[in-house]
Design a protein around this ligand. Structure first.
Ligand code: ATP
Length: 142
């Protein structure tokens, strides 16, 4: 029985990661799910948040938003709408996106797309949380 599982994360514009890992935890649309090597096949839509994988006792984090995960015994394939490794998250950019979304949410405009504003705010907050969690786990520099 294999002791590791391949994790591949791709978005429409880039290959984010391909690694042999010990465990994958992902933000499914109906809550987090975990995958060990030799898991039975399944397919799940992804929500927004931090996907993580364990490798040699350490936890590594990747921000994902939307898309699908396909699980087979030897591989987890994540087709995400957007994804960034924790170390590639630009905190300042996320803070600016948070500010913009909060300012827009305060505007009393009839045509304001509230769902889009809330989605942008959620992406910004989850990006910051993803990077901070990785820093506190010691797998990403400040
Ligand atoms: P922004 O308003 O800053 O563009 P956004 O949430 O609207 O944020 P997305 O549409 O989710 O951005 O992503 C567009 C592209 O920019 C994607 O390739 C995504 O990986 C990248 N990206 C967005 N925000 C960041 C960030 N804070 N750090 C690193 N990459 C980011």
């Amino acid at each position: 029985m294999a002791k590791t599982i391949t994790l591949e994360i791709v978005t429409p514009d880039k290959m984010v990661l391909k690694e042999e890992v010990d465990y994958v935890g992902a933000p499914g649309i109906n809550g987090e799910f975990g995958v060990l090597p030799n898991h039975i096949p399944f397919l799940s839509a992804l929500g927004i948040g931090s996907l993580y994988y364990k490798l040699n006792g350490k936890k590594y984090f990747v921000f994902v938003a939307g898309g699908f995960a396909e699980v087979s015994p030897a591989k987890v394939t994540v087709l995400a709408e957007v994804a960034e490794r924790a170390e590639d998250i630009d905190l300042e950019r996320a803070r600016r996106a948070q500010d913009r979304a909060e300012q827009r949410a305060k505007q009393q405009q009839e045509k304001l797309d509230h769902a889009a504003v809330q989605a942008a705010l959620a992406r910004a907050l989850h990006r910051m949380k993803c990077r901070q969690t990785a820093v506190s786990e010691g797998t990403c520099r400040m």
